[in-house]
Unconditional design. Sequence first.
Length: 153
Amino acid sequence: MNLSSGLKRLAEAETIGFWPRVYAAVVDGIFTMVIFLPPMYMLYGPVIFGTDPDHRPGTLYTVLSIVVPAVIVIAFWLKIASTPGKLLIRSEIIDADTGDMPTGKQWLLRYLGYYVATMPFAVGLLWVLWDEKHQGWHDKMANTLVVRKSPGG
């Protein structure tokens, strides 16, 4: 995509508000669990559901439960600038300055930004409610926007 088409898309972009993004996040959570839980169950058994109060997750469990979901989400972002949930609400993630596909650095910052945004009582996610561009803290950190997917795009 050349610079002028990205800027044109940015100028015409309709940002996606809070409730559609909540719906997309729920769909993405279910999608990730469908991928994540079967191998984790095979490795650890029913303790992954919290059925054993004496179970303390080990390093491998902790790494897998953080790394695998991150890889799934970032892979979708890198490939299609969206996730299954965002596809259902016909949206994509773009660079807030150029309207183009964000860079790998932006994707990483955006994902890490989810942790920052959820720390103080999820205020950084709720920020989408009152921000004029519907950006959460993770979007602001990565300089991204969630916008309505352009027809044919």
